[in-house]
Design a protein around this ligand. Structure first.
Ligand code: NAD
Ligand code: UFG
Length: 337
């Protein structure tokens, strides 16, 4: 049995990963400052897995309180989900993003070094590819970013690349997630954004349930199949399983590895709207609005490397992603509140 520290484990992707890890017999310890999550998540994880994971309210930016967790536990690995993730907010408050995302990671890596923990999975993002010159996107494509949130991800990737060069015992996986949607099929955990959602799927589910009147489709003049933006949506449970597979790879001492985690399929906004209409049995009203600043035409992954090296292949399609997003929304009209 491995003991795994999960920073940000109360959040959307973290909570789903905790479930998959517990289901496979791992011992999990969550730290989270609850800045974007709810205590209720622990009860929901316990309902799904019949096991209550260890949890402490810790801000990873506060070194001393974070260190206590390392003093009290011997971890085999860490998955570092903790971070702020809203692109628009990062443009408004760049210092908050740099401080939270970078300082938490500095503290984590220093503590891993001090307590001799040598396996780290880091939540990076497809945002590090900026506007790619072509699709699908391979891991060796040039990296450039367009907003402070993306810059924190690229800076942390750079820091971890430099660090791993001089620490050969240190194994680190940079996982570049594409667009996670969906929820655990139980309907007990899912994405619970604060206020009006920024991202497409939670916005659509709130339209479908009648909390928002209509979806704004940001641009229909992109160079895509129907003019609307194309993304690689991946079911959050598939993404969670990607972390389990990645940990198995790290235990074999590979040094630094980088993987795209997506499905390899691109769907347009209007295709997602259509699929959600079918899943919900409801009309999803929408209006076409101007493009959103910073958005790109198309973003989808080539996932051959993750398939070859860790055996990763997403098993859920758009239909199941829509089904489970809707199931979560229906069962939890106000999220965890
Ligand atoms: P989330 O906001 O649901 O989860 C992040 C968790 O980290 C939250 O529970 C929050 O309370 C916690 N947290 C933030 N700062 C912290 C700190 N200083 N100390 C302790 N806890 C802290 O986000 P998510 O969607 O689950 O994303 C997880 C990770 O994946 C993030 O790093 C995010 O940037 C990255 N990512 C997300 C997406 C996406 O679309 N959801 C895409 C690519 C990458
Ligand atoms: N969109 C709309 N209306 C909305 C919201 C989104 O039309 O109300 C469109 C966007 O223009 C885009 C697509 O839906 O074409 C997807 O947008 P999201 O906001 O859901 O996702 P993004 O691809 O913009 O960004 C997400 C995360 C980023 C991450 C990136 C790559 O929010 O943090 O995926 O992983 F970096």
């Amino acid at each position: 049995m491995k003991k795994i520290l999960i920073t940000g484990g109360m959040g959307y992707i973290g909570s789903h990963t905790v479930v998959e890890l517990i289901d496979r017999g791992n011992d999990v310890f969550i730290v989270d400052n609850l800045s974007n999550s709810s205590l209720e998540v622990i009860n929901r994880i316990e309902k799904i897995t019949s096991k209550k994971p260890a949890f402490k309210v810790i801000d990873c930016c506060k070194f001393d309180e974070f260190e206590q967790v390392f003093k009290d536990n011997k971890f085999d690995a860490v998955i570092h989900f903790a971070g702020l993730k809203a692109v628009g907010e990062s443009v408004e408050k760049p210092l908050l993003y740099f401080e939270n995302n970078l300082v938490s990671t500095f503290n984590l890596v220093k503590l891993m070094e001090k307590y001799n923990v040598n396996n780290l999975v880091f939540s990076s993002s497809a945002t590090v590819y900026g506007k790619p010159e072509s699709v699908p996107i391979y891991e060796d494509f040039p990296l450039h970013v367009t907003n402070p949130y993306g810059r924190t991800k690229l800076m942390i990737e750079d820091i971890l690349r430099d660090y791993s060069k001089v620490h050969p015992k240190f194994n680190v996986a940079l996982l570049r997630y594409f667009n996670p949607i969906g929820a655990h099929p139980s309907g007990l955990i899912g994405e619970d954004p604060n206020g009006i959602p920024n991202n497409l799927m939670p916005y659509i589910t709130q339209v479908a349930i009648g909390k928002l009147p209509c979806l704004n489709v940001f641009g229909d003049d992109y160079k895509t199949k129907d003019g609307t933006g194309v993304r690689d949506y991946i079911h959050v449970v598939d993404l969670a399983i990607g972390h389990v597979l990645t940990l198995d790879k790290l235990y074999k001492n590979p040094g630094l590895v980088t993987y795209n985690l997506g499905t390899g399929n691109g769907y347009s906004v209007l295709e997602v709207v259509k699929a959600m209409s079918v899943a919900t049995g409801k009309d999803i009203p929408y209006i076409i609005k101007p493009r959103r600043a910073g958005d790109i035409d198309e973003c989808y992954a080539n996932c051959d490397k993750a398939k070859k090296e860790i055996g990763f292949k997403a098993k859920y399609g758009l239909k199941e992603m829509c089904r489970d997003s809707w199931n979560w929304q229906l069962n939890n009209p106000n999220g965890y509140r």
